[in-house]
Design a protein around this ligand. Sequence first.
Ligand code: 2RA
Length: 331
Amino acid sequence: KSYNVAVVGATGMVGQKMLQVLAELKFPVKNLYPMASKRSAGKEIIFNGKPYVVQELCDEAFDQEIDIALFSAGGDTSERFSPVAAAKGVIVIDNSSAFRMDPTVPLVVPEVNPEDLDWHKNIIANPNCSTIQAVVALKPLYDAFGIDRIVYSTYQAVSGSGVKGYADLENGIKGEDNAFYPHPIAYNVLPHIDSFLDNGYTKEEMKMINETRKILHDDSLRITATTVRVPVFYSHSESVNVELKKPFELDAIRKLYSDAPGIVLQDDPANNVYPLARTAENTDEVYVGRLRRDESIDNGLNLWVVADNIRKGAASNAVQIAFELAKRGLI
Ligand code: 2RA
């Protein structure tokens, strides 16, 4: 069976990656409907070797025969148009944060909680990139040992901010000052992703905390997070400290990761083997390494988790959700 697919935000960094991944993973696309704002409408894109003209996003655009709409056009656009598309019977997979914490909207990582797709009401939320790679790494531990507490420290690529963040680093390396970030990102590290909240955390940090609990269906999880922007173009790297509920042997953890879906274990420090941003770039796996016991707490474990934030962190996870919907007969 093949499907009519819209990509809303088709000319943006994630939208373009969605088109690339749809083709690369051979999602069965019957007709493609690339859409964007008035500013980008009219542009021509090539998909599977065929030219398509980008349509202007409007309510009527969803009167066309569309089965699935992948959205990556910002929260405002998702809030305005996802319900319109959903009401017309289109299944929306939304990469923005607009609906992630809506109790009627499943927040899904196919390796972690695919069963949540069964109750979708035509809008499905793609989690935040830094959350996706973390829960893929945590799921095997959660199922085998239970988890009491998580401490996230992230080192996030500038592509997470789209073309503006990317350009700040590119120009910063050439000595031109910063236009997007609050401080120069070149040769620097910014403990500031998205905006600050009254509790002193940033929205990015609260996304990781709240989304982890929703995806693992466990509001009792004790979690804290520090999310940091680093001068890297692609891939987010994360230090994850986790307190399990039960005692464990490191060999059992290694075996779990060797068998876990979507995970590549890279853990041989004696030979300088551990996950790297540049190795993860342009792949769909989550890389785990630097496994070691945290002797300062009971059942404590440290991990290093890396993934391409534009692929597994956004575009590929959304396309994998579309495959899972098709597999479950939900389209
Ligand atoms: C970032 N995770 O890295 C956020 C949104 N993509 O900026």
